[in-house]
Structures are given as structure tokens and as C-alpha cells.
Write a protein that binds this ligand. Structure first.
Ligand SMILES: [Ca+2]
Ligand SMILES: [Ca+2]
Length: 337
């Protein structure tokens, strides 16, 4: 089991920005996903968490992403973000938002699926450390018995008023089961990163997500992590999906809110993809418990910590562990390129 090693992944997912190589670009003013599409206005309070046609239309809640060739990664981020060559991405469909509690509830209702956290008894939750005691590194993470997707912060919490929030505390297997139910898959890292760029300038996306007026354009952490969250974006924790401007492809919260699963195993630095095809990195069944690459950062990423609210940022995550800052979205191959 990899759960015994969960601290490794989480520690690194929130690793301090010490030595971070992005220089003056960090505080630049850009949107979370490049230029905004024309149909980006989505009142997140009005979203009930289930897109129109869900369960009937195979593309319900999705956007089609065009095929293209690009070079994942950046020369200005953490060492494991360095580019390793161009990849070709075929056209595909991807969820406009992170999968919501309402969508996951529909899946569970239809299938009787029981998540790993429910079977194993808990998940890892964030809790701000007390300010009157010395800060222990990693002291904000706690394996909480009774925490699962229905009880995000533990047994005393529930989903009341949060049906349009991203589902969390779901493992890779849980996310795959949901995707299977809809006849979909989870994204590769390249698919996810290509979609996150939104047709925008990759370099402009390697900065703190703010617009030209200095307004934050994603749910991340403003202030001093982990003690002071100034909530400039309005959310101390997870936000309903779709509260921030969509990227150029009409996708919400690719940056921030919750990290998102990909199927790619994490093996340190980026690797060259066989024949430029991202699918070449998909792990076989014998590697189901390998750590996977997660993308996009979360509500816990701050300028002084993590700094992974960027399209090129990446991180390992134990495949069989649910965490309160990690969700997912699904993809579907396009029959037309
Ligand atoms: Ca926030
Ligand atoms: Ca996200």
C-alpha cells in the first residue's frame, strides 16, 4: 500500500517556494487561462452542479479541444517542469468544470459505488495549524478517520450547500470508475496541459493568476501560508465550480480550486513521449498504484508556498489516497480532428 507514504507526496505538493526559479514573472498580471472566451459568464451560485443533458448527452458539460502540437513544461518553473520535447495531441472533449459533488452523487446513486476512502476509513484533510505553537512542517495535514467524499473535512462535515463544489477525497480508482460510468477516461498530462493553456501564451500563464486590474482570476491562497488567508478571491477553501473566468477554451478552474488527477505516472522530470504521443506514458495495470501526476494547483497554493497555480506545474500524488485539495475532470476522444 502506498498510503503509508502519503506524507511524501503531500509534502512535496505544498513544498516551499525556496529555490523556486520563476523570477520577476511570478507577480505578473494575467488571467488564469489566457484570453477569455465569449461565453464565460457563469454565475457559480446558480449552478446546481449537474450540466444540462448529464447522463444522456455523451458530451454534456464538456468542451471540444482542438488537436495541436505543443511543448509541455516551462523553463522558468520547478526542476521537474523543464520541457522534454513537443507532443502531438489529438482533438478531445473535456469537462468544462471539475466534477462536482452532484455529478459524483449521481454516479454513486446509479452504481452503488463505494469509494476507497469509505472502504479504508479516511482521507487526508487540511487544517490550519495553531498560531500559538511552533509550526511543524507538514503540520497542516491530518489523516482524518471518517473523511470521504460525502464528509470532506471529516465525519462532522457534509455536503450541505456544496453540491456545486468539486468532489474531493477521491482516489485515482474512484475517478476512473466515475469516468468509466460515463464512457470517458481521465486526461493524460499532455491533454490536461494543452487544455489548460486555452490557446493562450504559455509564458503568460506562468505567473500568479491575476488580471490586468490586479484582480485574482482563480481560487488560490492570498496571504501568508498557512496562517493568514486574506481571501482576496472570496474563498478560504474550495469554491463552487465556475466562479472564476473561463480560459480561452471555455474551461473553468483549470488553475486552482482543486488539483486534478491525470493518468500519467509521475517519474520525476518530464519524459520524452514516444513518437510525440502522450498516450505512450500511460501506465499498465501492474502500475496502478504508482504515484500519478496531478495538475493545476489548489486553493492552498500561495505565492510564498507551492506556487503551482500554473499550467506547466505538476506534482506526484499517491494513487490510492484521497485528499481534500484534489479532484478531477474527465475527457472523451473526439471522432473528428
Ligand atoms: Ca482562495
Ligand atoms: Ca482545478
Amino acid at each position: 500500500m502506498t498510503k503509508g507514504y502519503w506524507t511524501t507526496g503531500i509534502l512535496a505538493a505544498l513544498s516551499v517556494a525556496t529555490g523556486f526559479l520563476i523570477s520577476d514573472g511570478v507577480m505578473g498580471n494575467v488571467s488564469a487561462g489566457g484570453s477569455h472566451s465569449s461565453d464565460t459568464v457563469l454565475s457559480c451560485d446558480a449552478v446546481d452542479g449537474v450540466p444540462e443533458g448529464f447522463g444522456k448527452d455523451p458530451h454534456a458539460g464538456m468542451k471540444r479541444i482542438p488537436a495541436g502540437v505543443f511543448t509541455p513544461g516551462t523553463h522558468s518553473g520547478y526542476p521537474d517542469e523543464q520541457p522534454a520535447g513537443a507532443v502531438q495531441v489529438d482533438a478531445f472533449w473535456i469537462d468544462r468544470t471539475e466534477v462536482t459533488n452532484a455529478q459524483f452523487a449521481a454516479f454513486v446513486s446509479a452504481t452503488g459505488y463505494v469509494t476507497e476512502a469509505e472502504r479504508d476509513g479516511g482521507a487526508v484533510v487540511f487544517r490550519a495549524p495553531p498560531q500559538d505553537k511552533p509550526l511543524e512542517y507538514n503540520g497542516w495535514w491530518h489523516y482524518r478517520e471518517g473523511a470521504d467524499w460525502r464528509h470532506p473535512e471529516g465525519p462532522d462535515s457534509d455536503l450541505e450547500g456544496r453540491k456545486n463544489h468539486p468532489v474531493v477525497n477521491v482516489t485515482l480508482a474512484d475517478a476512473k470508475a466515475y469516468a468509466d460510468w460515463l464512457g470517458r477516461t481521465l486526461p493524460t498530462e499532455s491533454q490536461w496541459e494543452w487544455a489548460a493553456l486555452g490557446g493562450g501564451d504559455p509564458e503568460l500563464l506562468e505567473r500568479e493568476p491575476k488580471d490586468a486590474a490586479g484582480q485574482v482570476t482563480a481560487n488560490y491562497w492570498q496571504g501568508v501560508f498557512p496562517f493568514m488567508n486574506t481571501e482576496d478571491d472570496g474563498f478560504v477553501s474550495r469554491a463552487p465550480v465556475g466562479c472564476f473566468p473561463a480560459n480561452g477554451y471555455g474551461l473553468y478552474d483549470m488553475i486552482g480550486n482543486v488539483w486534478e488527477w491525470t493518468v500519467d505516472p509521475y517519474r520525476g522530470p518530464r519524459q520524452e513521449h514516444g513518437l510525440g504521443q502522450p498516450e505512450a506514458l500511460i501506465a499498465g495495470p501492474e502500475q496502478d498504484l504508482d504515484p500519478r501526476v496531478i495538475k493545476g494547483g489548489s486553493f492552498l497554493c500561495a505565492t510564498d508556498f507551492c506556487v503551482r497555480y500554473r499550467a506547466a506545474a505538476r506534482h506526484p500524488q499517491d494513487a490510492d489516497l484521497g485528499v481534500t485539495h484534489l479532484g478531477f475532470r474527465t475527457v472523451l476522444a473526439s471522432t473528428e480532428n
